[in-house]
Design a protein around this ligand. Structure first.
Ligand code: PMP
Length: 404
């Protein structure tokens, strides 16, 4: 049965806006998603009714805040099928989660000559931290190339994964092209040579169910704000065996068991990686976003979103001056228009209330590999988008063409 998208959209107050005189057509979900009322209510409720610091439960409010904060950790664990909530570390987002692993694993377990393998499709957040690790340790950064169809070249990856590979860090879904990478195969190849594996799941969790046990990766990173939760909260899933042996990265309050001037004993994971007062409201509201998602018929919504994506790609492909880049499968669709700068097209779309993103999408090396010096226009979907949104974008491009 087709989901009732019009009813569901009422849960997202931002979507009801008029922008530049037109009803908002929000197609920038890969940058950040809109928030359902349930998430806004969770933030408000925390600050209004239970505001207190966590893990210092000597009074009632602090006890309530701690329970809600730790329940959110359990919800997130169940959401990605992590075996235990102790394997969920709160971070500010995907970027911080990857930096945590780069610091605590990369800088402490890698040595000169070890190889770190990423792919051409990575977001800068999954490139720069590894480059820094390579600089400080003498490890070598290797990059899986693209096929002629702009997809991750699995055959080339097979050649690149050798006994020298110590760490594989790869995106689950490309934020720039919307392609789903063959992470299961890559993780299996990396594990066969004993390498540590990290998946950047920023663009996956909001689009399809993720099961870290089936993936069998050592680490999985994602951001709350790309899955209908607030900004400033994110997650690093890490296998216990790794979280236990990794050193902490930031130090201070909350992450300790005992402190003297001579010595500090660290708390057990995940607290060992959560120095200082955490984003309590953010974590609780991310838990509310998980609840919201789980209340929906996710299979139906996923199918709906996928149909929209196909409709969008077909519509774009039917325009002779538009070229869709790669083979979009989830969320994002990147395209270029002959002789038109992406920013000019986006401005003309914005005038019609249509929000898309342009540029390099934090994937400069990918744009370079594709010879797209001005980047692309990227329209990115969420389940609350409708067939009308897709039609509006296609009509908006036609209108822009007339104006150009
Ligand atoms: N990786 C990917 C694939 C992303 O799309 C993003 C966000 N654009 C990030 C990492 C970084 O996420 P954040 O800015 O929330 O840390």
């Amino acid at each position: 049965m087709a989901p009732d998208i019009l009813t569901l959209r009422r849960d997202f107050p931002t979507l009801a806006q008029i922008v530049n005189g037109h009803p908002l057509v929000y197609l920038d979900n890969a940058a950040t998603t809109q928030k359902p009322q349930a998430v806004l209510d969770a933030l408000n409720h925390y600050y209004r009714d239970t505001n207190a610091n966590v893990h210092r439960a000597s009074h009632a409010l602090s006890g309530q805040a701690t329970r809600a904060f730790e329940q959110a950790r359990e919800k997130v664990a169940r959401f990605i099928r992590a075996p235990s909530a102790q394997e969920i570390v709160w971070t500010r987002g995907t970027t911080e989660a990857i930096n945590l692993v780069a610091y605590s694993v990369g800088r402490h377990f890698l040595k000169a000559g070890d190889e770190i393998l990423i792919s051409t499709l990575e977001h800068h957040a999954n490139i720069v931290p590894w480059q820094q690790v390579a600089t400080t340790t003498g490890a070598v950064l290797k990059v899986i190339p693209l096929t002629a169809e702009a997809e991750l070249d699995l055959e080339a990856a097979r050649e690149l994964i050798t006994s020298r590979t110590r760490l594989l860090a790869v995106g689950h879904v490309s934020n720039a092209l919307g392609q789903v990478n063959p992470v299961t195969e890559l993780i299996a190849l990396a594990k066969a040579v004993g390498a540590v594996t990290l998946v950047d799941g920023a663009q996956a969790v909001g689009h399809f169910p993720v099961d870290v046990q089936t993936l069998d990766c050592d680490f999985y990173a994602f951001s709350g704000h790309k899955m209908f939760g607030p900004t400033g909260i994110g997650v690093l899933y890490g296998k216990t065996e790794w979280l236990e042996k990794m050193p902490p990265w930031q130090t201070g309050g909350e992450m300790i068991k005992t402190v003297s001037f001579e010595h500090t004993d660290f708390a057990a994971p995940p607290f060992k990686f959560e120095a200082g007062t955490p984003n309590i409201a953010g974590a609780i509201a991310l838990g509310a976003a998980v609840d919201y998602l789980q209340e929906q018929n996710q299979t139906t919504l996923q199918r709906h979103e996928h149909e929209l994506l196909q409709r969008l790609v077909e519509g774009l492909n039917s325009m002779s001056d538009i070229r869709v880049i790669g083979r979009p499968q989830a969320g994002a669709v990147s395209f270029v228009m002959d002789e038109v700068h992406p920013q000019d097209l986006a401005t003309l779309l914005d005038m019609q209330g249509i929000a898309v993103r342009t540029g390099h999408h934090c994937a400069m090396p990918l744009m370079q590999a594709l010879g797209l010096k001005n980047g692309t226009v990227r329209a990115s979907l969420a389940f609350y988008n409708s067939a009308d949104d897709v039609a509006a974008l296609l009509a908006g491009i036609d209108k822009a063409r007339e104006l150009l």
